[in-house]
Design a protein around this ligand. Structure first.
Ligand code: G3P
Length: 217
């Protein structure tokens, strides 16, 4: 499973890229707003650090507007994937952009039916937002399971990018289901590495080693 970082924070991207765990980055208008930077500048900065897919989201909701933004974004860097919302206009945009060789990430997907439409339109990636489904009492991971099964049934090439991840268990469950990619906030990636028994084990080994240190060369 590929790991993407769901952030526009350059320092975090640099830190976790150094771990060798960042296969790509997803941004959205809220994440860019949080950083208070220009979208173009930040996408280009991320592309300097990460050699993988970088999602940049359109703001327009009409077809022409989406196409215009998508074509502009795609010129910024070869790794830019254009995030397009799951609407009728978005589905049309995805089909047109595919013909132009522009890769897309169909975002704000909350059902397997929507993901089926995204695949039929030829989206490169589809982003089911599982945390937001869980937040309203639904089962986000169940939707991911259905999408993976449907894509497998028909051999759709669209990749399943699990988004809106809230905790490490989401990452593990995405992997168990066989999702292609999981995008996560930096703090979730950080949490994946830690286990109290690992810390305890290191301390115990160090303490025991102290007792025999002088016997070593
Ligand atoms: O980038 C899209 C998605 O991952 C957003 O997550 O936490 O705002 O629901 P969240």
């Amino acid at each position: 499973m590929q790991f993407f970082l769901d952030t526009a924070n350059l320092e975090a991207i640099k830190k976790y890229a150094a771990w060798g765990m960042v296969d790509g980055v997803t941004t959205n208008p809220s994440l860019i707003a949080k950083e208070g930077v220009s979208l173009e500048k930040r996408i280009k900065e991320i592309a300097e650090v990460v050699n993988g897919s970088i999602s940049s989201e359109v703001i327009a909701t009409d077809l022409d507007g989406m196409l215009k933004e998508a074509r502009r974004y795609s010129k910024w860097h070869k790794n830019v994937y254009v995030k397009v919302p799951m609407t009728a206009e978005g589905l049309q945009a995805v089909q047109i952009l595919k013909k132009e060789g522009i890769r897309t990430n169909m975002t704000l997907a909350f059902s397997s039916a929507q993901a089926l439409l995204a695949a039929k339109s030829g989206a490169t990636l589809v982003s089911p937002f599982i945390g937001r489904l869980d937040d309203i009492g639904e089962d986000g991971m169940n939707v991911v399971g259905e999408i993976v099964q449907i894509y497998r049934n028909y051999g759709y090439k669209t990749k399943v990018l699990v988004a809106s991840v809230r905790h490490p268990r989401h990452v593990v469950e995405a992997a168990l289901i066989g999702a292609d990619i999981c995008t996560m906030p930096p703090e979730i990636l950080e949490k994946l590495i830690h286990h109290p028994l690992t810390d305890k084990g290191i301390t115990m080994f160090q303490n025991d080693w102290e007792k025999v240190k002088k016997l070593q060369k």
